[in-house]
Design a protein around this ligand. Structure first.
Ligand code: CUA
Length: 156
């Protein structure tokens, strides 16, 4: 097979760029000690989620001046606690895990969007400035009832 000289040059150029990028990536990864986020890594036994505190009692707690803590579990096909109600301007700290399979936790109209893995404890915080009904839905396919998996947070 005949390959044109210019094509050979481009192939060599492309290949050497690939080598350069992968080398840079590799060297940086080790020299800077890059790793997946692990600073707040927290996991519990995924088979005992409903028996492990605080997930044995999913709850919405008032922890300060218009500040709340929501301890939640995701399961096929819903969330606990089922009803969440806070006043406008409330800051809610969500702590959530799954008791069965991978689920999603997206609050429509906000930038809250988490993956919920069995036994992995995930956190996020959001301040609900505007009153209204916020839809929380699952955006990871989790089974036959996936599309029905939702709840709402009512902000008064
Ligand atoms: Cu839970 Cu989809």
């Amino acid at each position: 097979m005949h390959i044109h000289r210019l094509e050979k040059i481009w192939l060599a150029f492309g290949f050497s760029m690939l080598v350069v990028f992968l080398t840079v990536l590799g060297v940086m990864t080790f020299s800077m000690g890059m790793a997946p986020p692990s600073g707040h890594h927290h996991a519990i036994d995924p088979t005992k989620v409903t028996e492990t505190a605080p997930f044995d009692k999913p709850v919405l707690n008032k922890i300060g001046d218009n500040e709340y803590e929501a301890i939640m579990t995701a399961f096929a096909f819903g969330y606990a606690p089922t009803t969440l109600e806070v006043p406008a301007g409330a800051t809610v700290h969500f702590t959530i895990t799954s008791s069965d399979v991978v689920h999603g936790f997206e609050i429509v109209g906000t930038n809250v969007n988490m993956m919920v893995l069995p036994g992995e404890v995930n956190h996020t915080t959001h301040t609900f400035k505007k009153p209204g009904e916020y839809l929380i839905l699952c955006n990871e396919y989790c089974g036959i009832g996936h599309e029905m998996m939702k709840t709402t947070i009512v902000v008064n």
